[in-house]
Design a protein around this ligand. Structure first.
Ligand SMILES: [Zn+2]
Length: 287
C-alpha cells in the first residue's frame, strides 16, 4: 500500500465505521427521534442578573444569608414521601424567624419559594449583599441504607479551598474588591496573594463556625458519628464569606426524616443554629 492510501485509510476508515454504526442504530430505532426520552428544564442563563432577596433586621447587625438547598425542578434527596427541597426551606424559614425574633443578625434567604438557583447564584447573592456569613441547608439520603443517621457539618476542604481561590483569582477583574481591598489597582500577583489570604481567613472562620454548631448542637441535635466533614462543594466557594453547609440528617432514615419534618425538630434546629450564629458573631466582634 502506498503512503497516501494508508493515510487516507487512517483518516477515512474511523469515519466510515462511525457513520455505519449511526445508520445501523437509527434503522434499528436504538437512538434518534422517539427513542428514550429527554428531560428539559429551564436553567437560569449564566449571566442573567441576580434577583436579590429582601434583608430583614437592624442595619447595625451583621448579615447572615441562609440558603435552602435545591428547589424548582431539583427536588434534592427524596425518600418515603419526604422531599429535601421542601424540608430545607421549612428549616431555613424557621431559622430566619428565630434570628429575627432574637435580633441576632440581619437575615436573608437565597430562596423563599420553590425555585431553582445555580450554586454560583446562591453564593453570589451572599456576595452581592455583602454577607458576613453563609449557611446552606440540606438533608441527605443514603438510598436503601436506612440505618445511616445524623446531621453533618461541611466546610470546604483545604485543597478545594485553595483551588477555589485560584479559580476566583483568575476571574478577578478591574471591578473586583475582596475583603475591602480594591484589586483593580494591584498587579495580578498581588491580587492572587490577596485572594489567597482572604480565602485562608475565610476558611478559618468557616471552620470556627462549624465547630460552634457542633458544640452548641450537642444534646439537642442528632449528629452523624463523623459530624465534621470537609469536601469540595460548589456552593461554599465564595472566597470572602465564611460558609458552612449543614446536612440536617438522612431522610432515608425514618427517625431522622420525622424529626426534620416535625415542628419540634425545626424548632430545635432553629434554636441551636440561631445560638451558634450569635456565638460566632460575638467572637468575630471580639477578635
Ligand atoms: Zn441537598
Amino acid at each position: 500500500m502506498t503512503r497516501p492510501v494508508q493515510l487516507l485509510l487512517i483518516v477515512v476508515l474511523p469515519l466510515v465505521i462511525v457513520a455505519s454504526l449511526v445508520l445501523l442504530a437509527r434503522s434499528t430505532g436504538l437512538v434518534g427521534p422517539g427513542a428514550g426520552f429527554v428531560m428539559r428544564a429551564e436553567l437560569p442563563a449564566k449571566d442573567a442578573p441576580i434577583e436579590l432577596p429582601d434583608v430583614s433586621g437592624d442595619a447595625s447587625l451583621p448579615l447572615v444569608v441562609i440558603d435552602p438547598g435545591h428547589g424548582g425542578f431539583d427536588p434534592g434527596a427524596t425518600a418515603g414521601g419526604y422531599v429535601e427541597k421542601r424540608l430545607v426551606l421549612a428549616l431555613a424559614q424557621a431559622l430566619k424567624e428565630e434570628i429575627e425574633a432574637q435580633g441576632i443578625a440581619r437575615v436573608a434567604l437565597t430562596r423563599s419559594d420553590d425555585r431553582y438557583l445555580l450554586h454560583t447564584e446562591r453564593y453570589r447573592i451572599a456576595q452581592r449583599l455583602d454577607a458576613d456569613l453563609f449557611l446552606s441547608i440540606h438533608a441527605d439520603s443514603a438510598g436503601d441504607v436506612s440505618e445511616v443517621t445524623g446531621a453533618s457539618i461541611y466546610t470546604l476542604s483545604n485543597e478545594a479551598s485553595s483551588r477555589a481561590a485560584a479559580l476566583f483569582a483568575t476571574r478577578v477583574n478591574a471591578s473586583d474588591t475582596i475583603g475591602g481591598v480594591d484589586l483593580s489597582r494591584e498587579s495580578d500577583t498581588v491580587s492572587d496573594i490577596l485572594v489567597e489570604l482572604s480565602q485562608r481567613r475565610t476558611q478559618a472562620r468557616s471552620v470556627q463556625f462549624a465547630e460552634i454548631i457542633e458544640r452548641e448542637g450537642q444534646g439537642t441535635l442528632e449528629f452523624h458519628p463523623q459530624a465534621r466533614r470537609a469536601a469540595w462543594l460548589a456552593v461554599l466557594r465564595a472566597p470572602d464569606i465564611p460558609s458552612v453547609l449543614f446536612e440536617s440528617g438522612f431522610i432515608s432514615n425514618q427517625d431522622d426524616a420525622q424529626r426534620i419534618a416535625s415542628p419540634e425538630g425545626r424548632e430545635a434546629f432553629a434554636e441551636v443554629m440561631a445560638r451558634s450564629i450569635r456565638v460566632y458573631f460575638l467572637r468575630q466582634r471580639d477578635e
